[in-house]
Design a protein around this ligand. Structure first.
Ligand SMILES: Cc1ncc(C[n+]2csc(CCOP(=O)(O)OP(=O)(O)O)c2C)c(N)n1
Ligand code: SF4
Ligand SMILES: [Mg+2]
Length: 295
């Protein structure tokens, strides 16, 4: 089914949580749950989404959901899926919702194992580009030039000096059944990809770009605009890996301004022109490769 704002269910499966206003991750979780439905079993490691949704005696999920040890989202989700199968409980979905830190760094091994076994799970990485729940530390998905509490900016440092790990291609290299990147700025595309994950037998992976007003230092009412701008400026790309092939879903003729995207975020306020050139050069190199091989 093709989902859109008109036909999306009014039923809520994730509400009453304590996320900050304008939180991109909570939007991603809410939307995913609406598409997966009430027979969904969710596994969440330590991170903002578990912290804001399991506050005793309230739970923001109306369905079964559990907090996992930080490193083991892939393993716990795989166990839940196997348990459901062993009990003969059918027509269910098992989903893991982990952050960028919980995916690209500490949870990478458990995710890799689940894909290797082709466990029947959906793995969602909510990428807000830092360890937000513990006070904005740099993760493997924090981009170059980002100021965080562990990648300070100053006269001799531009903030983070590393580029984002390419999680999408790391996952695809496992020859996974289905993987995609998405952004909360492009909701129709995001919903279509959640639906594809839902219909995939075996492991599927969705990498969702999700701005965080608190950690990024931007106004809470521009979350969606920023998530769009990241894609339009080419810093984030929308792509799929399916049947062993990469596909670029959006190929802008011209990129929107990188400067406009960066300047409204406190985490990038310190950047010099030369730092912005590094960011653009990295983007251009990546796009040249993708355009050559993924179109
Ligand atoms: C083994 C372990 N190490 C560290 C922590 C502390 N910790 C809890 S949440 C968190 C940050 C999570 O960041 P991320 O996965 O990016 O999710 P976000 O909070 O940004 O949504 C950390 C470091 C922990 N709970 N367990
Ligand atoms: S700190 Fe960021 S990711 Fe965490 S709840 Fe607030 S807006 Fe969402
Ligand atoms: Mg994070």
């Amino acid at each position: 089914m093709k989902h859109n704002a008109r036909n999306l269910t009014n039923q809520e499966f994730f509400y009453g949580h304590k996320a900050c206003g304008g939180c991109g991750e909570s939007l991603a979780v809410r939307l995913t749950m609406k598409i997966l439905g009430d027979r969904t079993f969710a596994a969440l490691p330590a991170g903002c989404m578990s912290a804001v949704s399991f506050i005793y005696p309230n739970m923001a999920f109306t369905t079964n959901a559990i907090i996992t040890p930080f490193a083991s989202t892939g393993a716990v989700a795989a166990g839940m899926s196997a348990g459901l199968r062993a009990l003969g409980i059918e027509d269910t979905h098992t989903v893991g919702f982990a952050g960028d830190g919980g995916t690209a760094d500490i949870g990478l091994q458990a995710l890799s194992g689940a894909i290797d076994r082709n466990d029947d799970i959906i793995y969602i990485c909510n990428d807000n580009e830092a360890y937000m729940n513990t006070g904005i530390q740099k993760s493997g998905l924090t981009p170059y030039g980002t100021k965080t509490t562990t990648s300070p900016a100053g006269d001799n440092l531009p903030g983070s000096v590393t580029m984002k790990k390419n999680m999408f291609e790391i996952v695809a290299a496992h020859d996974i059944a289905y993987a995609a990147t998405a952004s909360v700025g492009y909701l129709d595309d995001l919903m279509a990809k959640i639906e594809k994950c839902k219909n995939t037998k075996g492991t599927s992976y969705l990498h969702i770009f999700a701005p965080c007003p608190t950690g990024w230092g931007h106004e809470s009412n521009i979350t969606i605009d920023l998530a769009k701008q990241a894609v339009d400026s080419g810093l984030i790309y929308l792509a799929e890996y399916e049947n062993g092939e990469f596909k670029l879903n959006k190929n802008p003729k011209e990129f929107a301004s990188v400067e406009d995207y960066l300047k409204v975020q406190g985490r990038f306020k310190h950047l010099k022109d030369s730092d912005i050139e590094v960011i653009k050069a990295h983007r251009d190199k990546k796009w040249a490769k993708m355009r050559k091989n993924w179109l």
